[in-house]
Design a protein. Structure first.
Lengths: 503, 487
């Protein structure tokens, strides 16, 4: 259904692309920056009707567009969103202007190329969350690699080339098998139903033979697990995060990682429900290892940015745990936690970037007592840290709490183990806060630091607003995803119980 | 036999190309400006393309075959689509050659004549329906290419390249001829249609001669399209030959080989394909894997592209092995995509070089992104497309071929294929790393000659265009293979 009668999703996807094409012809750096900002902010406001016109009572896809693309193969340009993808689209359109504005002074070289890549990034990421055709999804999924590869490789730190290539190859390797699995699924469905199609909604109606489900699930899951990243596929992440420019880290943590978790919900769950249920223990245990291992490694980091990077491994572990709890709380908690993590970790990366711009180091030992020098910065860092460790009243609490409630219903041991992650998270985040902000201001270099500029406040304030908004009014968000989550789960349960008792 | 039964209209594209070649050869005597010959060649290529289009449209339905020269050759959708591939390759190569030849001081008129003759041979291979025609066309093509490979007489490497190519090419022709002889011995004919009839008559019984004959034929073709382990000549020949020739033959000769092989295997010997399919699968796996792994170790861009072109033959072979309509349409689409992206990549290699400095090492590409942003962007497009990243032409080529393999039940081949593309991404990315992420060593900005720039621009257009709008070309490819399966 498309309640607007207007291809809004396409507009949101391709407006940045058009903006990028126009950028090609602009010359002055200042003009390019403003242009990129205007386009991305406009795109955010353009995406707001998605929320306001979204009908919460239905699990149907909304704002649907469907045009045949490669007719003979059954590939179509099929877009649509439901309660699961709605917030991820909004998160993307929200974080990109933030990222653009945060690069204002950080990026001094090749500004034009940088902004073009940012805009291309937005096009491909919104495409991933809105695509309902497997080939279209795959195209967008792979297309996100190119701009991010350049963002890390050109504007990154010391070891940027290593990090960029590792990022590219890991993700490409992960998704390669997914492509073959897509073909296998396609031909199985075509043989069984006689209608060759890559359409997700059509393929969901086809119940894949149990023996094949396992393999297909694994092929899809590998690609998604690398993207999330799930332990032990996480090793590309710290490299990519540490080397990427601030905006790159924000996008990487804020949106790209979510593509993996989203993939599990959107593709693995409805297409291979029996295999999904079968792999619950394995995936949950990997998620828990990720939570605990990520937290412990984060604690031992001397670089603030890699600390935040490892904390992402832990946080995404929560998201995956929630998804694999296979109940409404776990799933909707997981979805909300994706948004939360995008906001709080995105903000952490922004703050670390601001610190780095001033001091040109990210080593925790180089700081201390910054509160006296940078009170405004301190307030923001405090709020974001508390959001990240899940203080009630802020967004992180809602997500983690809902996930744990869901996990507890599924398996209390998992929930107990995962809860230690919350304690560990508070431990390393607060330690970092103490060592950076409190204590004596004993490093002379820190005495010259300037507090946040107006631009930086403009960057941070919207993020903080949403941190409070989700924390105080979670039902603004849960309400929209409820029917989609419930329908998805009841369909899945129906399919699982129809299958053999021991898949 | 009167002249009308020869059906000259159907063979018009080939005739136009050959006549243009001869005209170029003659015109060289009367003109001092060699670039005129290039434009004359381009004119011939365009006219031949129009003629192909005219034949395509001149029939009621696409399921047509216009036999000529008493069924020695045919003009059908398959051959006409391949004409498009060959003519695109030839046109881009001619454009890329014009200034390169001046720079390398090898600006002789025969170059264009030989290039056109080779193109004529390729087009004939696509339309050959008799083993004798296949052989004849292959020789026209090969002999022209031997000369072209050694065209830079002053360069020892070029001479070495020509000699190697000639010796191994002659060897391969020997295999081919022996195979044709055995097939003739077994079936009593060299005509493909007659062979089809003969095989229908014999039913499931297959002679040993036929089996060995087809095997020898495959060995011959494997040499020509450089399948591992018959690829030994390729890197040296591709590296030594003038770059414009490498661009031309790495696409054209390969496409011609696949063109003839496709018609032989799918039209004439579909029943025998089963006997050889596992051998082909092994060849394809070896070709992809070895090509990519060896390319990883190269620091010379031209040599890297040579190994990469070996690997691509492996991917394309998967489409033939699948032996279904999707696979063959995929092969045709892939060849067209490959023509744009590979000739484009070599054209960039030409553009990076300067007089006296070929600039073939990866380090010569350092900082190209800031020295010549457009050129670097074009190379990046070709590299991503060769690596198979969407939404570029190379991705859709692989998509069609691998999906056809899955459809035919060769899931393992498809998996090995995609894993190979991942490996290949590493060395394609390395070029991009050098261009965008390394500081330039030299600050000079070589000026791009307009024809070369046009060639690169057209190749970029093709690579992106086939990626964003693959449907019309895929439909064309699907229509054009109907003949192979419909007969």
């Amino acid at each position: 259904m498309n309640q607007l009668g207007f291809p809004l999703l396409s507009l949101i996807i391709f407006l940045p692309l058009c903006g990028a094409v126009v950028t090609l012809f602009l010359r002055k750096e200042a003009v390019i920056k403003w242009w990129a900002l205007i386009v991305t902010v406009a795109n955010f406001f353009l995406s707001l009707p998605l929320y306001f016109y979204f009908q919460s009572g239905t699990a149907e896809m909304q704002f649907v567009e469907r045009i045949p693309w490669m007719l003979s193969l059954g590939v179509s340009y099929h877009l649509g969103i439901d309660g699961i993808s709605l917030f991820l689209v909004l998160l993307t359109t929200f974080l990109i202007p933030v990222a653009v504005l945060s690069s204002w002074t950080y990026i001094t070289e090749k500004v034009k190329e940088y902004m073009i890549l940012m805009l291309l990034m937005e096009t491909s990421m919104v495409g991933v969350f809105a695509a309902l055709d497997l080939i279209l999804f795959y195209v967008f999924w792979e297309a996100t690699l190119i701009p991010m590869y350049f963002l890390i490789g050109i504007w990154g730190g010391e070891r940027r080339i290593y990090a960029a290539v590792k990022f590219f190859l890991y993700t490409l390797a992960g998704s390669a098998l997914m492509l073959v699995a897509i073909f296998v699924l396609y031909f199985m469905n075509a043989q069984a139903t006689g209608r060759p199609t890559f359409d997700l909604l059509e393929l969901q109606k086809f119940s894949v033979p149990l023996a094949a489900q396992t393999w297909l699930f694994l092929a899809f899951a590998l690609g998604f697990a690398i993207k999330v990243p799930l332990f032990p596929f996480h090793t590309w992440l710290p490299d990519a995060h540490v080397e990427a420019p601030t905006a790159g880290s924000v996008i990487l943590a804020g949106v790209l990682l979510k593509m993996g978790a989203y993939g599990f919900i959107r593709f693995c769950l409805p297409l291979f429900p029996a295999a999904f249920a079968y792999f619950v223990p394995l995936m949950s245990i990997l998620a828990i290892i990720g939570i605990i291992y990520g937290s412990l490694v984060a604690f031992s980091q001397s670089d603030v940015k890699s600390l935040v990077a490892y904390s992402s491994v832990a946080h995404l572990g929560f998201v995956v745990l929630g998804i694999f709890a296979l109940n409404a709380q776990g799933l909707s908690g997981g979805i909300l936690q994706m948004v939360n993590h995008g906001l709080s970790t995105g903000a952490l990366f922004l703050l670390v970037g601001m610190l780095y711009e001033r001091r040109h180091t990210r080593l925790i030992d180089e700081f201390g007592g910054l509160w006296k020098q940078l009170p405004l910065f301190g307030i923001f860092l405090l709020i974001v840290t508390l959001s990240s460790i899940g203080l009630p009243g802020l967004n992180g609490f809602i997500g983690e709490f809902t996930i744990l409630v869901g996990t507890f219903q599924a398996n209390w041991i998992y929930a107990a183990l995962a809860a230690t992650g919350i304690v560990l998270g508070a431990w390393y985040m607060l330690t970092m806060l103490r060592r950076v902000m409190h204590g004596p201001l004993d490093k002379p270099a820190n005495r010259q630091l300037q507090d946040l500029s107006a631009r930086e406040i403009v960057v941070l304030v919207p993020v903080v607003i949403f941190i409070f908004l989700i924390g105080l009014f979670p039902n603004l968000f849960f309400g929209k995803m409820e029917s989609s989550v419930d329908t998805l789960l009841s369909q899945t349960r129906a399919t699982i119980s129809m299958g053999e008792p021991n898949p | 036999m009167n002249i009308s039964s020869l059906n000259l209209t159907a063979i018009a594209p080939q005739i136009i190309i050959i006549i243009t070649a001869l005209v170029v050869l003659l015109a060289e005597l009367f003109t001092g400006r060699k670039s005129l010959l290039a434009y004359l060649s381009l004119l011939g290529i365009i006219v031949a393309a129009i003629a192909s289009w005219y034949i395509w449209n001149g029939t009621e339905q696409r399921l047509f075959a216009v036999p000529m020269f008493q069924t020695m050759a045919v003009a059908d959708g398959y051959s006409l689509f391949l004409n498009l591939v060959f003519l695109v390759t030839a046109a881009l190569s001619v454009l890329a050659s014009i200034n390169y030849l001046v720079r390398e001081r090898i600006n002789h008129g025969e170059y264009y004549a030989l290039l056109l003759l080779a193109t004529g041979g390729m087009m004939l291979m696509g339309s050959a329906t008799d083993l004798m025609t296949v052989f004849l066309a292959l020789e026209i093509l090969s002999i022209s290419l031997y000369v072209l490979a050694g065209f830079n007489r002053a360069d020892l490497k070029s001479g070495e390249s020509a000699l190697k190519y000639f010796l191994l090419g002659a060897f391969a022709s020997g295999f081919l001829l022996y195979g044709i002889a055995l097939i003739y011995g077994a079936t009593g004919t060299t005509n493909l249609a007659a062979i089809v009839d003969f095989l229908k008559g014999t039913g499931p019984m297959r002679g040993t001669y036929l089996f060995i004959g087809l095997g020898l034929l495959l060995v011959g073709f494997s040499f020509k399209i450089a399948l591992v382990p018959f690829h030994m000549w390729t890197p040296d020949v591709y590296e030594g030959a003038p770059t414009s020739v490498t661009a031309f033959m790495s696409v054209g000769a390969k496409a011609a080989g696949f063109a003839a092989l496709g018609r032989l295997l799918l039209y004439a010997f579909p029943t025998l394909l089963g006997d050889w399919v596992w051998a082909l699968a092994v060849l394809s796996v070896l070709t992809m894997t070895l090509g990519n792994l060896t390319a990883l170790a190269q620091t010379n861009v031209k040599r890297m592209l040579a190994y990469s072109s070996i690997a691509h033959a492996g991917y394309i072979l998967i489409g033939l092995i699948a032996a279904n309509e999707a696979g063959m349409a995929g092969v045709l689409f892939y060849l067209l995509a490959y023509a744009f992206m590979n000739v484009g990549a070599f054209a960039v290699v030409i553009a990076v070089g300067r007089e006296g400095e070929p600039n073939l090492e990866l380090s010569d590409y350092a900082g190209l992104g800031s020295r010549q942003p457009l050129l670097a962007a074009a190379m990046a497009v070709f590299m991503f497309s060769l690596a198979g990243v969407p939404p570029l032409a190379g991705f859709f080529g692989k998509l069609y071929i691998f999906s056809a393999a899955v459809q035919a039940g060769f899931v393992a081949l498809a998996i090995i294929g995609v894993l190979n593309s991942v490996v290949s991404a590493f060395f394609y990315l390395r070029v991009i790393v050098y261009m965008y992420m390394q500081k330039p060593i030299v600050e000079a900005r070589p000026v791009l000659a307009p024809p070369l720039a046009l060639a690169i621009a057209l190749a970029v257009l093709g690579t992106i265009g086939l990626g964003l709008l693959p449907t019309p070309f895929l439909t064309l490819a699907q229509q054009s293979i109907a003949m192979l399966f419909g007969a």
